[in-house]
Ligand binder design. Structure first.
Ligand code: MG
Length: 159
């Protein structure tokens, strides 16, 4: 089965920017109830979507104080546990990050390692790509950061 996920957070000066579980050196960061990690939020929705298990908002409502400033790793680990309970495991994960700045290349391997550690997948099965938005739209104006994720899941354990 395949799932897709998409997430956006607004950017503001002075906030921290966490993407794929990695803190990025940036003057602007996500405005969010949690750590605002759009990569992990899109990943969560892709995992849940592949298994037909709803979305991140159903499992982690932003009205619940338990998730205030929660590290998004918790959401991914919970999604993986839910999949496991239903007999599924991830096969591969492909992520596209959309932001104007800073350059993400220096952080890609760290993100892949983080995602490997929370999903149990080998890093070779995790892809992180990044693009600017050509200075147009909300991402292009640095008003927000967005991420897309596709993932495949299968029945049974990792192989
Ligand atoms: Mg989000």
């Amino acid at each position: 089965m395949i799932g897709i996920g998409y997430d956006v957070h607004r950017l503001a000066e002075g906030e921290s920017l966490v993407l794929g579980g990695v803190t990025i050196d940036s003057s602007m960061g996500s405005v969010a109830h949690s750590d605002g990690d759009v990569v992990l939020h899109a990943l969560c929705d892709a995992l849940l979507g592949a298994a037909g298990l709803g979305d991140i908002g159903e499992h982690f409502p932003d009205t619940d104080p338990r998730w205030k400033n929660a590290p998004s790793r918790m959401f991914v680990e919970h999604a993986i546990a839910l999949l496991s309970q239903h007999g599924y495991s991830p096969v591969n994960i492909d992520i596209t990050l959309i932001l104007e700045a800073p350059k993400i290349k220096p952080y890609k391997d760290a993100m892949r390692n983080e995602i490997a550690s929370m999903t149990g997948l080998p890093v070779q099965r995790i892809s992180i790509k990044a693009t600017t938005n050509e200075m147009i739209g909300f991402a292009g104006r640095k008003e927000g950061v967005a991420a897309l994720c596709a993932c495949m899941i299968k029945s049974g354990d990792n192989a």
